[in-house]
Design a protein around this ligand. Structure first.
Ligand code: 5GP
Ligand code: MN
Length: 353
């Protein structure tokens, strides 16, 4: 794989070798790929003798990812929303910061300031468009991969310590990598490359229990989640004349169904199954902001729409962002009109070219 050139690998070996307190950071609202890549990196650092490694995140990962954690990884995590001092100090004391699955510091929300202030060496391993390469000493950035977990897998396999054999990694690490790739591809539904299948094949050969992973990811949800999905698709889904499907999920509805973080994962993809839908948006009220998930079919850029109108970005066909209250909309009630107005502009004013 071209991007994983040996100079960069040598530099990474050197940076890890010279560090005594490495810290792993990933994006806010961490998903399967964010946590999967972070946990795999943590185990690699431990294998490299870096027993002091920490994983620092802005806010807690969803419950369904709990199966990825062993005793060591659970102890290594610092969560800013639960213990701000511990998270800040871990970054301040760190001499190597490895950033996974995001392209710019602001994607870590409250950790951003500590990352900016830190003089530690910084490494980026990411698969999003438009990485802020200037902020890093070493960048592994590639968009033609399924996930940060996949890119990290290729990086780890190029490291002398593994010698290209995934069986040298502990089973927690290989399960974490398989999980991150599986959630970011929607279980091989999108963003699958030859290198993705190669990784999956090698991980299976190394003994990863994919059935157990699938069971943990997809078969452990609450009854409420499925009922909410029914309500969303039947009663809340709107489709515009431009082929934009959208759902606005207010706080009241989330509470009525006792929805937890991660419960609506994947719902935004469903309206793309409709023939004339080009793009699908899911908006979730979240305190003083509305979180936006965008998915698009080939030929329509979710990334561009997110960057232009939703204060975000991401990948070509899977992106996200936010609407701020009151800067963008007065309240959640204004979200539908905002979407209709700006997606109509997106499809009629030449932004697609
Ligand atoms: P999701 O809809 O699952 O939250 O996000 C879809 C994809 O877009 C993920 O890869 C996520 O990391 C990325 N993404 C979400 N929000 C943002 C954002 O504000 N900026 C950028 N650059 N990427 C985002
Ligand atoms: Mn990802």
């Amino acid at each position: 794989m071209e991007i994983i050139n040996s100079c960069k690998i040598n530099r990474l070996v050197e940076l890890i070798g010279n560090s005594s307190r490495p810290v792993i950071v990933t994006h806010l609202k961490p998903d399967g790929d964010a946590m999967g890549s972070s946990i795999a990196m943590y185990h690699f650092l431990a294998m490299s003798g870096k027993k002091e490694a920490r994983i620092v995140i802005n806010d807690r990962y969803p419950k369904y990812l709990e199966f990825l954690f062993g005793e060591d990884t659970r102890k290594a995590i610092a969560i800013h929303s639960e213990n701000a001092g511990e998270a800040a100090m871990a970054i301040q004391e760190s001499d190597l910061i490895i950033c996974l699955d995001f392209n710019a510091f602001h994607r870590t929300e409250n950790l951003c300031i500590y990352l900016q202030e830190s003089k530690a060496a910084k490494v980026l391993i990411d698969h999003h468009l438009n990485p802020d390469s200037e902020s890093f000493d070493l960048v592994f950035s590639m968009t033609e991969v399924s996930s940060a977990s996949e890119l990290l897998y290729h990086v780890l396999m190029a490291m002398p310590l593994t010698g290209g054999d995934p069986a040298t990694l502990p089973s927690e690490a290989t399960a974490a990598l398989m999980t991150g790739m599986t959630t970011d591809t929607n279980n091989f539904g999108n963003s699958v490359y030859p290198s993705t299948l190669k990784m999956a094949s090698e991980l299976l050969r190394a003994g990863v229990d994919r059935d157990a992973i699938l069971n943990s990811i997809y078969n452990q949800h609450s009854e409420n989640r499925l009922r909410l999905m029914g309500h969303m698709m039947k009663d809340l889904l709107k489709i515009t004349d431009d082929g934009v499907a959208y759902i606005v999920l207010d706080k009241k509805t989330q509470d009525a169904y006792h929805i937890e973080e991660g419960d609506t994962e994947g719902f935004v993809n469903m309206p793309l199954s409709i023939a004339n839908v080009k793009m699908s948006l899911l908006l979730k009220e979240d305190g003083d902001r509305i979180r936006v998930s965008i998915r698009s079919k080939r030929g329509t850029s979710a990334n561009r729409c997110a960057r232009l109108f939703f204060n975000g970005g991401g990948h070509e066909n899977a992106a996200g962002g936010r609407l701020l209250i009151p800067e963008n909309v007065a309240s959640i009630e204004g979200a539908a009109e905002y979407i209709e107005t700006y997606t109509h502009r997106y499809f009629t004013e030449g932004y697609e070219d």
